[in-house]
Design a protein around this ligand. Structure first.
Ligand SMILES: [Mn+2]
Length: 322
């Protein structure tokens, strides 16, 4: 049990069919933490901390609803990944107005999960990008290990906490300033266009954050790019955390992301990157943030892209690491 987790609004039951959907596969284990799962999913429904007005707090529930659209069989891999044991432990309990209290609850919930499920892979569904700071704080404090970050993002997220507080513009800065992570262990992939001010580039240089622009990634391709980043990280860190800000996607692919922009990544490129990331055992956790389902199209194209991205990482882990 964790007192920092509650049952979500959308619930499914685990059902064994010949033709299994994702909703039948993911086992409900709300607030119950058991060490028998390969993967633990936690909803982190917080977006009062978003700089752009956002209902990303509603994404964990939309993510769960979308499980009805997908099967556990991948035609690309010709594999059914239902044997991957996966739990939905529910949502982090949030305070109505107090963002710092919400962040503390996130940190406590992730610590409880690590204590009870030490061998699992941790998937967090945001929420806005501010949630990544308490998640990494918990991972760092609980494991005592040096953590590398692979960040897919249009932005550096290095805004100063003095002007922007613990918002979704500052998670990486918060962690660097607190000495939880080192700039050289952060790899931001997907930066592009006209969305990062010169002072933020100055900060990136100051902290030594690695930047791989969208253009550079396209020259290398997903396999080579992730291999390069993982090779560098494996020499420095003990574990890697992958944070996917859905605003890395081009606005035409991600209408349901308040800060998505023209000139961004295509969905197939993000899927390829997550497929590559799934091959590496050093990656111990992942989050998906800043997707606001209230802004999405009627067909829920962004929500479905988020679920597809998650499933791509899962099937790759299943094929390469089972
Ligand atoms: Mn971000």
């Amino acid at each position: 049990m964790s007192q920092f987790l509650i049952s979500p609004a959308t619930t499914w039951n685990r059902v064994n069919h010949e033709d299994m959907k994702v909703k039948d596969w993911i086992e409900p284990s709300y607030a119950q933490l058991e060490n028998r799962f390969d993967v633990v999913i936690t909803g982190v429904p917080l977006s009062r901390s978003s700089i752009s007005a956002s209902a990303a707090s509603e994404y964990p529930d939309s993510f769960r609803k979308s499980w009805n659209f997908f099967t556990t069989y991948s035609i690309d891999e010709d594999v059914d990944f239902r044997a991957l044991r996966i739990a939905d432990v529910g949502d982090v309990k949030m305070h109505g107005t107090n963002i710092l209290q919400c962040h503390e609850n996130i940190e406590h919930a992730i610590t409880d999960i690590q204590k009870k499920c030490p061998d699992s892979f941790y998937v967090q569904i945001g929420g806005d990008h501010s949630i990544t700071a308490p998640i990494i704080r918990s991972l760092a404090k609980h494991t005592g290990k040096r953590i590398g970050i692979v960040q897919f993002d249009t932005h550096l997220d290095l805004r100063s906490t003095e002007s922007d507080g613990p918002s979704n513009g500052t998670p990486i800065r918060q962690l660097l300033d607190a000495g939880i992570i080192r700039g050289e262990d952060v790899y931001n992939i997907g930066l592009h266009g006209f969305y990062n001010a010169p002072s933020l580039m100055k900060a990136a240089n100051h902290y030594g954050v690695n930047r791989i622009t969208l253009k550079q990634f396209r020259e290398n391709g997903a396999e080579k790019q992730i291999a390069e980043v993982m090779k560098a990280l494996q020499d420095k860190v003990d574990i890697v955390y992958v944070t996917v800000d859905m605003d890395v996607l081009d606005i035409t692919y991600a209408p349901g992301v308040p800060a998505s922009t023209p000139g961004g990544m295509r969905t197939d490129e993000l899927f390829d990157l997550l497929y590559e990331v799934g091959k590496y055992d050093i990656v111990r956790g992942m989050d998906f943030v800043c997707l606001d389902p209230y802004r999405d199209t009627l067909e829920q194209q962004t929500v479905k892209a988020g679920t597809y991205a998650f499933l791509t990482a899962m099937v790759s882990r299943y094929v390469y690491l089972k």
